[in-house]
Design a binder for this molecule. Structure first.
Ligand SMILES: NC(=O)c1ccc[n+]([C@@H]2O[C@H](COP(=O)([O-])OP(=O)(O)OC[C@H]3O[C@@H](n4cnc5c(N)ncnc54)[C@H](OP(=O)(O)O)[C@@H]3O)[C@@H](O)[C@H]2O)c1
Length: 227
């Protein structure tokens, strides 16, 4: 299919990443999905339109080698979904420094470094999406909690805005996405919505945004969030 869209979903072994891969395949996209190690859920989606690769976004060497492996690909969407919430329920002073630093590296630094490395794999007017969270909003933080996690997603938001400004002349779009509070391993069983509801909404929002430049911070229903 000449006009078939092509997506790179980073961090797709389970949860929201896996759900996004399944949804984009159902919508007729070609998808490259990354895992850190063999992921049964991803393998079960087996399809001619699915390419599965392996990389840890915290490993610059692995990201560089993935970039080489994917040299023939051009993506309409690069979506860095991977993230961690290590010791998110403890206040910052109770989290060891190296743990808080690693949450920042995985959630904020590595997604931006990944996107930077893959910019020449992005199709003209493509979209770079990052999985943020409403908890990354400084202005909406009325309830506190999840301190190191919140800070890492706020940092991701800030870094993504700078990334978009730095590359504004290139004309691609940048999206910071809040998926809702979703029943995954990270979201827990008490979360508001299931994976299908979240990924259907996110995919609609992404498909509606393709081809547009600028940086937006939105949730899975398309609502714009306060920074
Ligand atoms: N669930 C929610 O309610 C919610 C709300 C707001 C935002 N989010 C965000 O949505 C994203 C996905 O969350 P989820 O709920 O699907 O969580 P999840 O079920 O815990 O899945 C996390 C995913 O990230 C991958 N990952 C973690 N560190 C990685 C690394 N260094 N390199 C590559 N992949 C890595 C994991 O791979 P492995 O299987 O190898 O560990 C897994 O695929 C995260 O960024 C999270 O912060 C989630």
């Amino acid at each position: 299919m000449a006009d078939q869209k092509n997506a790179l979903i980073v961090g797709a072994s389970r949860g929201l990443g896996l759900g996004l891969v399944e949804t984009f395949l159902q919508r007729g996209w070609r998808v490259t999905a990354t895992q850190r190690s063999t992921a049964p859920g991803l393998a079960a989606l087996s399809s001619d339109a699915l390419r599965i690769e392996t990389a840890d976004i915290d490993d610059d060497g692995a990201v560089a080698s993935l970039r080489e492996t994917l040299s023939g690909e051009r993506y309409d969407l690069i979506f860095v979904v991977a993230g961690v919430a290590t010791q998110a329920h403890e206040p910052l002073h109770a989290v060891p420094r190296d743990v808080a630093a690693q949450v920042y590296l995985t959630n904020a630094v590595s997604p931006i470094r990944f996107a930077e490395a893959f910019l020449d794999r992005l199709a003209p007017k493509g979209l770079v999406a990052f999985m943020s969270s409403v908890l990354g909003s400084v202005g909406l933080n009325e309830s506190g909690g999840s301190e190191s996690y919140r800070a890492s997603k706020a940092a991701l938001n800030t870094l993504a805005r700078s990334f978009e400004v730095r590359h504004r002349d290139a004309g691609f779009g940048v999206m910071l996405m809040h998926p809702g509070w979703v029943r995954t391993e990270m979201g827990g069983a008490d979360a508001d919505i299931d994976v299908a509801t979240s990924v259907t909404g996110m995919s609609d929002v992404i498909e509606g945004r393709l081809g547009q430049a600028g940086c937006v911070y939105v949730d899975y229903t398309g609502k714009t969030l306060d920074w």
